[in-house]
Design a protein around this ligand. Structure first.
Ligand code: URP
Ligand code: ZN
Ligand code: ZN
Length: 456
């Protein structure tokens, strides 16, 4: 038996001192004074369920290029960041089906991943045969879907939102929406470009808060009509949050995910000189202080239930595609490795959220909503031994040089964090320990998922 000794165990609801016994990839004992052949001393450290990053884009074809981390580099980086499962987006190709999208994604992941993985399918080409595929795909363990309300070539119209929310919810699943109003963005972009405004800052000006607010509101109304189960991905605005709260109070099942970049980074960063602002070009864009305050508050109050990284890295050379036109900068930024340290340091250490809440939004709630609980997302007897040990005293200066993401920058260069993951265990296997990597390529398994567990 592998025993983690002397740690302070933190779950979504408790903090207590005990040892954890692990056998055959599962947690088999939680008690004091356990004995084992192998021992990890977690004295002075925090022991949490492995983090579940429900929002990654590994090797994704997007805006004329591919995101730069694949399942090998990306899951290695994730492990160093205390993440033990990712849910990656499989994008349906036009003319193809949902099973095709899953097959493609599966071939990218199998034999490569160091940690466990699952897929959401982004439906981009709705047809009768595609709608009919949904229940079958769900039976095979892919129980969540994403619909883009913007992006040329990916977006769907409201009729698709209605149909998909209806079918997916009836089958026990969950639909995520990228909520931005396509037509407002198109109109403002055209005007900005006509005025010769091509720098990265105009990416933000072309997508004001109301774009998100309107799309969130529409998606919530549609959810209400079909009694659906919706989650708004990468929520970035105070206004979007207000709409969500309103619908939650009406009893509509609408959940919300936000990301560290919307909690920590400001729109002014788009003005960094020498095209530096391109590093932060993502959609929705970075916002302002009032939005960040509202989002932290939303996590505290329970209006926001999920944190994901939206890890979608591109090298600066790829970002250069939009040197003369912000609309051509590939949208996305790295984050899978830095989410936990940032949430702990900026969230827990600074008193914005409790440790339990961190575990809840970045492990337990994703496991419940994405249909993996209690296999994943908690420390309990019978659960997978997916565990992260965090040293609350370890101080680290984040820098591209010490991170493992396959990209040449981090949006958090020079940020000092207090508290860092030092051991990551996936199904009983130590993958990272004190900066050393012991991962085995292909060890990561596909996680077939079940019905969503509602949070209220
Ligand atoms: O800019 C972003 N967020 N890129 C990744 C794709 C998406 O919309 O999540
Ligand atoms: Zn999105
Ligand atoms: Zn995304």
């Amino acid at each position: 038996m592998l025993v983690i000794k002397n740690g302070k165990i933190a779950t979504a609801s408790e903090i207590f001192e005990a040892d954890i016994g692990i056998e055959d990839g599962k947690i088999v004992a939680i008690a004091r004074d356990l004995k084992g052949e192998e021992v990890i001393d977690a004295g002075g450290k925090i022991v949490m369920p492995g983090m579940i990053d429900g929002h990654t884009h590994m090797a994704m074809p997007f805006m004329g290029t591919f995101s730069s981390d694949d399942f090998e580099t990306g899951t290695k980086a994730a492990a160093f960041g205390g993440v033990t499962t990712i849910i990656n987006f499989a994008i349906q190709e036009k003319g193809k089906g949902l099973k095709d999208a899953i097959e493609v994604e599966d071939s990218k992941a199998k034999g490569k991943a160091f940690i466990d993985y699952a897929f959401h399918v982004a439906i981009t080409d709705m047809r009768e045969d595609v709608l009919a595929e949904i229940p079958e795909v769900m039976k095979n363990g892919v129980t969540s879907f994403k619909l883009f309300m913007t992006y040329e070539g990916l977006m769907v119209t409201d009729d698709v939102l209605l149909e998909v929310l209806d079918v997916v919810t009836k089958n026990g699943g969950l639909v995520g929406v990228h909520a931005e109003n396509y037509y407002i963005i198109k109109f403002l972009t055209k005007r900005l470009l006509a005025e010769g405004k091509t720098d990265p800052i105009y990416h933000a000006y072309s997508r004001p808060n109301c774009c998100e607010e309107e799309a969130v509101n529409r998606a919530c109304i549609i959810t209400q009509i079909v009694n659906g189960r919706l989650y708004v991905v990468h929520l970035s605005t105070a206004e979007g949050l207000e709409r969500i709260e309103e619908f939650q109070k009406r009893g509509v099942r609408v959940y919300a995910e936000t990301c560290p970049q919307y909690l920590l980074l400001d729109e002014e960063l788009y003005k960094e000189p020498d095209f530096g602002g391109a590093k932060y070009v993502m959609s929705p864009p970075l916002r302002r202080e009032k939005d960040r305050r509202a989002l932290w508050d939303g996590i505290r109050r329970g209006t926001i239930q999920l944190i994901g990284s939206d890890h979608c890295p591109f090298f600066m050379e790829q970002k250069e595609m939009g040197k003369d036109d912000f609309t051509k900068i590939p949208n996305g930024a790295p984050g899978v490795e830095t989410t936990l340290p940032l949430l702990f340091s900026e969230g827990v250490v600074k008193g914005r959220i409790t440790l339990n809440r961190l575990v809840e939004v970045f492990s337990t709630n994703p496991a419940k909503l994405y249909g993996m609980y209690p296999k994943k997302g908690t420390i309990a007897i019978g659960s997978d031994a997916d565990i992260v040990i965090l040293d609350p005293k370890k101080e680290v200066t984040l820098s591209v040089d010490m991170l493992h993401q396959n990209v040449d920058y981090t949006p958090y260069e020079g940020w000092k964090v207090k508290g860092y993951p030092v051991v990551t265990i996936v199904r009983g296997k130590v993958v990272c320990e004190e900066g050393e990597f012991y991962g085995e390529k292909g060890y990561g398994e596909f996680v077939p998922r079940k019905e969503a567990i509602d949070l209220w």
